[in-house]
Each structure stands twice: as structure tokens, then as C-alpha cells.
Design a protein around this ligand. Sequence first.
Ligand code: SF4
Length: 217
Amino acid sequence: MTKTREMVDWTYEKLCLKTVKALEKNEFSALYCPSAAEARQYIIDEAADADTVALGGSMSLAEMKIADELKKRGKTILVSKGPGITPEQGMAIRRRQLTCDLFLSGTNAVTLSGCLVNIDNTGNRVGPMAFGPRKSIVVIGRNKIVDGSIETAIKRVKDRAAPPNAKRLKYETPCATTGFCSDCAAPDRICRIITILEKKPKRSDLRILVVNQDLGF
Ligand code: SF4
């Protein structure tokens, strides 16, 4: 590892640890992970007693290749989109995701004051984050940490997360072409629900892993 890399990681470590502390202050169960490998192992361990595992569309989790690993371990993986899944089957899976044993998701942003900020289209990602599954784990790459207000976090999502997501999903939105948000009125608009988790939802078992590595966008 170069000295530059080492110092960058050290600076981010401090930022991640500050975020963990803020999340804990907001009653979340938060854990610092030096790398995605540690976060991956934590998830595998926590999935041991789960039969059904649902994944909210998350590039962070995709990069960690967690679904394949859990499938190998005999878990039923609930994903609502993919080859051979009809729209009707997708809806049925989204409903099952709400009552799964373990729900895994990324987040679009987290503030240094310990609030999770997400923008969703259908709601099957942000819904189970608040209530439903027996246990939920949210993975946060260091690139999602926002040193600013909730408004700054929402801007981060619309600037950095929504455009590449719209492009990835082949949605016909202006941002999928220009790379910039124009607060569109497109039928495919993905920004339909904004959620802010200020404190841990009362009856949920929600764990948060703050990873000292860039994950997703
Ligand atoms: S409001 Fe429309 S243009 Fe802006 S990020 Fe969302 S989908 Fe893209």
C-alpha cells in the first residue's frame, strides 16, 4: 500500500468512526468495518439462522457478491427483478421481502449526524428498512457519508446516485442521458419517495455497517 493510500484510508477511518458514533447516538446498532470483506463476513454470520434473505437493489451488495454466497449456503434469496421474473412474480416477491428473515440493503446517503437518507421508486427498499423483516442490515460505503444537512444528503442522492441508477436500469429519464438531475416529470422518474431515518425505528432489529471502502454510488 502506498503512503498516500494509507493516509487516505486513515482519514476515512476517522470519518467512518465519527459516523458510527453518531448512528449509535441515534440508537442504531452500528459497526465499523475496515473493508468490505469484514462486512461480508458479518452478514454471512448473521444470516446463519435465516431461511429467507431479501436484497433491496444495491450496487454495494452486488459488489460484495453476497447473494451468490448466501445461495450456496442454502438460503432462499428474494430479488424482485431479473431474467425470467415476470412483473406479477416481481410484485409477489416484493411483498415477501417485507416479512423475510433477513433484509440486506445499501443506503443512498448517511449524514455525519447519523441519519440515513434514501430515495426510492417503488418503496420495497425503504419500506423494509423501517419495518417488517426479522432483522435488517444496511451496508454503507465511505463514499456515502455526507458532512452536511439532510438537504445536502438529498442533493447527494440526486447528483450522485439517481443518475447512474437510472442509466443502469435503462430508465428514460433526463439524468440517464445528461448525468444531471433536472427534477424531471418523466414517467420513469425514480425519485418518488424520500425517507429519513433520524433514529432507529422503534421495533426493528436494524444493524448498520460503515465500511472504510467506496461501495456503490
Ligand atoms: S428527479 Fe428525475 S432527473 Fe432528477 S435524479 Fe430523479 S429521475 Fe433523475
